[in-house]
Design a protein around this ligand. Structure first.
Ligand SMILES: Cc1ncc(C[n+]2csc(CCOP(=O)(O)OP(=O)(O)O)c2C)c(N)n1
Ligand SMILES: [Mg+2]
Length: 376
């Protein structure tokens, strides 16, 4: 080994320097590192992945629409990231434990979360809309990168229980700059913890491009921590499934952590509160539209003679039915008493929370005279 290590790759912007099994046009290509992990994926399984992604996009579209109609406080769109979320989550076993971020709607869906419940969190009715221990999925994290520490801690617990479960930390390109994520990688590597790091490089951290976070592909950092990594096309569901199976197998066999960088794109705004036209051009968005993860699987299925209009119509019907459930859940939600937001945060009394309750109560009381006035 040379003792002078110099970055040789192009900056993180080279979106085609990735492992893939499907070209953006849906042509199946060979990759010896990936293909052995998906040898069992037949046409029926491919159609299942396609259906998952279409349903996810529909849930996401409905979430955005409900926020625009004032039914939700916020929604973090995941359009464009369906292959990354579905491909990686579908590689997990039910008893593995996932630690997703706010944008991983598809991971929670794939873990068995009920889409009509998702809106309750984004409406501010619930802190978590599922029991983490039922889905083996932690509540979606909003503190950037924090869940990577939780995932490593959980993985170290798995080691002590001596089971063959695996834990997964999902985070973004921006999060890769956080101390938490880097500390998590040091611990995972030092303890050989059975954890998979999935970094969704969707090119943006709100308005900061990935080139500000990384002058070298993010996957290239992991080996420096002693963690093997793979950089895959995050819009190729087969590649994501294959890479995740590789990483999970590594962890399950006791070889310690593995790292995946999924190179994809956030087609929508950061959240419904963001206007991406302020910081990125139309051409960039359009160039990624041509790499759409759903249409490339459709193209592959068509070329195999495995996609017909009956199948497409059945999936569209299922998507519409799911969207109707999501909408109904939002429209029939009962807005809770504002102070209840502080309930169920801690199991035991908590002085800091009591103080916040008092402050918030006084603030709410401040509206009473105005309401009385309006009533008169
Ligand atoms: C510790 C912390 N710092 C800042 C924020 C504000 N914030 C919310 S999302 C975000 C960008 C995250 O970008 P990335 O990790 O790429 O994930 P993406 O939103 O693209 O999915 C920031 C800085 C936060 N939630 N938590
Ligand atoms: Mg990002």
């Amino acid at each position: 080994m040379t003792h002078t290590l110099t970055p040789t790759a192009d900056p993180a912007t080279d979106i085609d320097d990735v492992a893939r099994l499907l070209t953006p046009d849906g042509e199946r290509i060979s990759d010896p590192d990936l293909e052995r992990w998906v040898a069992d994926i037949d046409a029926a399984a491919l159609r299942g992945l396609y259906r998952d992604m279409v349903l996810l996009r529909r849930i996401d579209t409905e979430g955005v629409a409900l926020q625009r109609q004032g039914q939700l406080g916020l929604w973090p769109p995941c359009q464009g990231q369906e292959a990354t979320q579905i491909g990686t989550a579908r590689a997990l076993r039910a008893d593995d434990f996932a630690f997703p971020s706010y944008r991983e709607t598809g991971v929670v869906y794939a873990r068995g979360g009920k889409p009509s419940d998702f809106v309750l969190a984004w409406r501010g009715e619930e802190h978590s809309t599922y029991d983490p221990y039922e889905l083996n999925t932690a509540t979606q994290q909003i503190i950037i990168g924090a869940q990577s520490l939780h995932a490593v801690g959980y993985a170290m617990g798995i080691q002590r229980d001596a089971t063959d479960q695996v834990s997964v930390a999902y985070f973004g390109d921006g999060a890769s700059s956080q101390g938490d994520v880097n500390e998590a990688m040091v611990f995972a590597s030092s303890f050989g913890a059975p954890v998979v790091f999935v970094c969704t490089n969707n090119q943006w951290a709100i308005s900061e491009p990935v080139t500000v976070q990384a002058r070298f592909p993010i996957a290239g950092r992991a080996p420096g921590f002693g963690i093997p990594s793979m950089r895959v096309d995050g819009n190729d569901v087969l590649a994501c499934l294959a890479a995740m199976r590789w990483a999970i197998d590594n962890a399950r066999r006791g070889n310690g952590p593995a790292f995946i960088e999924a190179v994809t794109y956030r087609m929508g705004p950061h959240t419904t509160s963001d206007d991406p036209t302020r910081y990125r051009g139309k051409e960039e968005v359009e160039s990624w539209r041509r790499r759409d993860p759903i249409s490339r699987v459709e193209a592959l299925l068509r070329s195999l003679g495995e996609f017909d209009e009956d199948f497409a119509a059945a999936v569209a019907r299922d998507a519409d039915a799911l969207a109707a459930e999501v909408r109904e859940a939002a429209m029939s939600a009962r807005t809770r008493e504002p102070l209840s937001v502080l309930d169920n945060v801690y199991a035991e009394p908590h002085a800091g929370l009591d103080e916040q309750r008092e402050w918030f109560g006084a603030y709410l009381d401040g509206f009473a005279p105005a309401a009385e006035e309006a009533g008169r």
